[in-house]
Design a protein around this ligand. Structure first.
Ligand code: PGA
Length: 250
């Protein structure tokens, strides 16, 4: 049984004060939870403060993005080791908002995944098709290309450390979620693809998350699917109350 991984992606929301208050409340309620892994991805400005609040708890912190270079003249960028220094254990990479709004392609995402692994961070690699791609019947081709190019030249040992997040672009922030069966179908393909890349049984233990309008009402059905090992939650993670309802899915 793969331990469920539940990730809160706050995107560009919350001041430092709001982030700390949330983290304190979450720690009080779930700071010793052992049957699920909880990860919070605050904006960069809140990372250190949130990490301090969650220190020695079972809740981990993630960056929402990073640059692949270790240091240098890259105004406005954050390096992998800076995320580690701020207390991060995970990093979200290749989110569709990064791909669509900031021009990240599979090659850039691949560089980031490698740099994250080198720094000791666990990447959460996001993939997903657009509405047009789904309608054109090419969902699996798109996912395969994103996965193959995103994981290019990464060893089987390292692939084990990466969580894959399947997030159909048409389901993100729209309130329109994939049905549990639609998500399961793609997850099953992803597991098979990882199996082929690794040429071993490691895919059986790969963590594959679903993301896109996850809420307390649909999380249970999603988590009951055999190849869905966790969820990446945006909007519904912004209050402790609604995130707590998700964490307590049945
Ligand atoms: P959403 O966002 O839950 O608001 O759809 C998910 C994500 O972007 O990771």
């Amino acid at each position: 049984m793969i331990k469920p991984l539940i990730v809160a992606n706050w995107k560009m929301h919350k001041t430092i004060g709001e982030s700390v208050e949330y983290a304190e409340q979450l720690r009080r309620r779930f700071g010793e939870l052992r049957d699920k892994t909880i990860v919070i991805a605050p904006p960069f400005t809140s990372l250190y403060s949130v990490s301090e609040v969650l220190k020695d708890s079972t809740i981990y912190v993630a960056g929402q993005n990073m640059n692949w270079e270790p240091s240098g003249s890259f105004t406005g960028e954050i390096s992998p080791s800076m995320l580690v220094d701020a207390g991060c254990r995970y990093v979200i990479l290749g989110h569709s908002e990064r791909r669509i709004k900031f021009g990240e392609n599979n090659g850039i995402v691949n560089k980031k995944v490698k740099a994250a692994l080198l720094a000791g961070l666990r990447p959460i690699l996001c993939l997903g098709e657009s509405e047009e791609e789904r309608e054109a019947g090419i969902t699996i081709d798109i996912i395969k290309k994103q996965l193959q190019e995103g994981l290019n030249n990464i060893s089987s040992d390292d692939i084990e450390k990466i969580a894959i997040a399947y997030e159909p672009v048409w389901a993100i922030g729209t309130g329109r979620t994939a049905t549990a069966q639609e998500a399961q179908d793609v997850h099953c393909h992803i597991r098979r693809m990882i199996h082929n890349f690794c040429k071993s049984d490691r895919a059986d233990t790969s963590t594959i998350l679903y993301g896109g309008s996850v809420n307390a009402g649909n999380v249970g059905d999603l988590m009951n699917q055999p190849d869905i090992n966790g969820v990446l939650v945006g909007g519904a993670s912004l209050t402790v109350e609604s995130f707590a309802d998700i964490l307590q899915y049945k």
